[in-house]
Design a protein around this ligand. Structure first.
Ligand code: PNS
Length: 158
């Protein structure tokens, strides 16, 4: 059984993340979307809210579940019997850091593979931080994030 963990901050989840979650669900038996609990990042949504948003957006995909974690990703994967880490790759600029993390995670646990899924071209420029920057200045984020959180993002950034 191939169990994949798709980790991230998801603050907020973007349609690029949702696209990767759906495509991962088609590739693996089980996909656990794991929201990193990292208060030092000063998030606009709490971990509980981010989990809830992802549940409301992707919770109907039958082999996808949403959870949160803290500490080392590799320890979390082991606790879930996951053998794959899924990461989305947007552009060459992502590659260097992702490669470094993939090698480090491999060093920490040889049995867990990192698999990269190329972000769909229509979301290749999209990131949570850019969404926050644009929304913070009142710019349009329609189509970039799940509709259910669009208004709330503006509220949180006021
Ligand atoms: O969405 P993000 O913020 O780019 O996700 C980064 C994440 C959560 C994948 C990364 O920070 C992570 O794995 N954090 C857990 C701590 C850890 O295992 N660090 C060592 C990575 S080699």
């Amino acid at each position: 059984m191939k169990i994949a963990v798709y980790p991230g901050s998801f603050d907020p989840a973007t349609n690029g993340h949702i696209d990767i979650i759906k495509r991962s669900g088609a590739l693996f038996d089980r996909v656990i979307v794991a929201v990193l609990s990292n208060p030092s990042k000063n998030p606009i949504f709490s971990v509980e809210e981010r989990v809830d948003i992802l549940k409301r957006t992707c919770g109907d995909i039958k082999n996808v579940e949403i959870d949160s974690f803290s500490g080392l990703l590799i320890d979390y994967c082991k606790s879930k019997n996951a053998n794959v880490i899924v990461k989305g790759l947007r552009a060459v600029s992502d590659f260097e850091y992702e490669l470094q993390m993939a090698h480090m995670n491999k060093k920490l646990n040889q049995e867990i593979e990192t698999v990269f899924i190329m972000t769909s071209s229509r979301y290749s420029y999209l990131s949570s931080s850019l969404v926050k920057e644009v929304a913070g200045f009142g710019g349009c984020i329609r189509g970039l994030v799940p509709e259910i959180i669009e208004k709330e993002i503006y509220e949180r950034l006021k």
